[in-house]
Design a protein around this ligand. Structure first.
Ligand code: INI
Length: 156
């Protein structure tokens, strides 16, 4: 049996980030966590582009545009939807998740889900913290792994 793997080697990859301005203090931490980890994996900082959108609801369309552009090997979606702040939580979070997944499925470009869904701002900050584990860093790993894994699958 041959095991196909996606090594965490980001050299030469171009990565698009999409971040929601809603709860921008959370998004900015997620962006920093993603960016730092991408660079640690060998991605050149100049090969990372960041697009800001209003909120999580707008993230999928921008992610899809990035994925369709042919300019990025993977797209990382970042933001937070916090239950305490809106009765629309389920709609915003659900549509963001579904749209992000579809952007990847429809384009074949890895589109990674880094939109936090939490009950409180504190829980969101915990997951966007450099010390306590930053979800953006996990997303950087997932993006690079998926690019390399898909390449390994295609080669066979
Ligand atoms: N957008 C978020 O990213 N997080 C939220 O918690 C949120 N709340 O609470 O409503 C939110 N709403 C804005 C939404 O994403 C759109 O930007 C807006 O509805 C315009 O389409």
């Amino acid at each position: 049996m041959k095991t196909l793997e996606g090594p965490l080697n980001g050299a030469g990859l171009r990565i698009g980030l999409v971040a929601g301005r809603f709860n921008d203090f959370v998004s900015s931490s997620l962006v920093a966590g993603t960016r730092n980890r991408l660079v640690a994996l060998g991605v050149t900082d100049d090969d990372v582009d960041l697009a800001w959108v209003a909120g999580a609801f707008e993230v999928p369309l921008a992610a899809r545009a990035m994925a369709e552009s042919g300019r990025y090997d993977a797209v990382v979606c970042l933001g937070s939807v916090i239950r305490g702040e809106t009765a629309h939580f389920d709609y915003v979070a659900g549509e963001a998740a579904a749209g992000i997944m579809r952007a990847g499925y429809d384009t074949g470009v890895p589109v990674v889900f880094g939109v936090l869904t939490t009950d409180t701002v504190e829980q969101a900050m915990e997951r966007a913290d450099e010390e306590r584990g930053n979800k953006g860093a996990d997303c950087a790993d997932a993006a690079v792994e998926m690019v390399r894994l898909l390449a390994a699958i295609r080669v066979g």
